[in-house]
Design a protein around this ligand. Structure first.
Ligand code: GLN
Length: 240
């Protein structure tokens, strides 16, 4: 089992370089993904921040849309930050009319949720899942999470100001998402958490193929929090 999993950064648009650096610092071998053949070689994938409407168009132009959905559905760990969180969400509010996502996370996100006035800001967040002290979170025209399905674990909330209590980091099975940008601060704890998720997924897969569809809930409930796997494998998203 590799202790340095190979993790791709979706490189059609957005802040790719910062994620590559953060992943390397967190112990992964990081590589860009622009082609289906490159996607096949990675153990996990980061979907960076940028502009989700543009990214949505470009993943189709690069013939990555179906391969990405297929790999996410079959259990590839993925981490989305900001626009990446939108891309991994099953549902969007305030998306462009024709905007689609890759989906996988049983959440509804609101695009540009913090409004025009405060569209970029920073705040210290206390996040138990990453241990240690508070993390500086940088929000840039960020979404927030408006609804979470039952298998979704909330990792962080806005703590101050008019948006206090809004959900800004979640995990569901092998999927992780933050509304903020940990790749720009030099604090790599979120990337370390994701690298650990990828290592665990590799170890789990090495013990035997994941059971999907009807068997998935029983097989994975303990390790992954239950309903999420069910939603991913057999849910509304798979056949759209
Ligand atoms: N507002 C952007 C979008 O909707 C996200 C911004 C970001 O990723 N920093 O895609």
């Amino acid at each position: 089992m590799s202790t340095h999993p190979r993790i791709g950064v979706l490189a059609v648009q957005g802040d790719v370089r910062e994620h590559l650096r953060a992943l390397e610092a967190a112990g992964a071998v990081a590589t860009t993904v622009r082609r289906p053949a490159e996607l096949e070689q990675v153990d996990g994938l980061v979907v960076p921040g940028g502009e989700s409407t543009t990214m949505d168009k470009l993943v189709r132009a690069f013939d990555l849309y179906e391969p990405l959905r297929a790999r996410i559905a079959s259990g590839m760990p993925a981490y989305g930050s900001c626009a990446g969180m939108i891309m991994l969400a099953d549902r969007i509010t305030d998306g462009r009319a024709d905007q689609q996502t890759l989906g996988g996370l049983d959440i509804r996100v609101r695009r540009n949720a913090f409004g025009r006035q405060v569209d970029s800001f920073e705040e210290d967040l206390h996040i138990r899942a990453i241990g240690g002290g508070p993390m500086r979170a940088v929000f840039i025209r960020a979404p927030w999470v408006e609804e979470c399905g039952p298998g979704v674990e909330v990792l962080a909330l806005v703590e101050d100001g008019p948006a206090a209590g809004r959900v800004v980091a979640v995990r569901q099975g092998r999927l992780l998402a933050t509304a903020f940008h940990p790749e720009v601060t030099g604090d790599h704890r979120f990337h370390e958490l994701f690298v650990e998720m990828v290592r665990n997924a590799l170890a789990e897969d090495a013990r035997g193929p994941r059971r999907r569809a009807t068997g998935a809930r029983d097989a994975d409930a303990g390790a992954e929090g239950g309903t999420d796997v069910d939603a991913r494998a057999g849910g509304t998203h798979a056949g759209q």
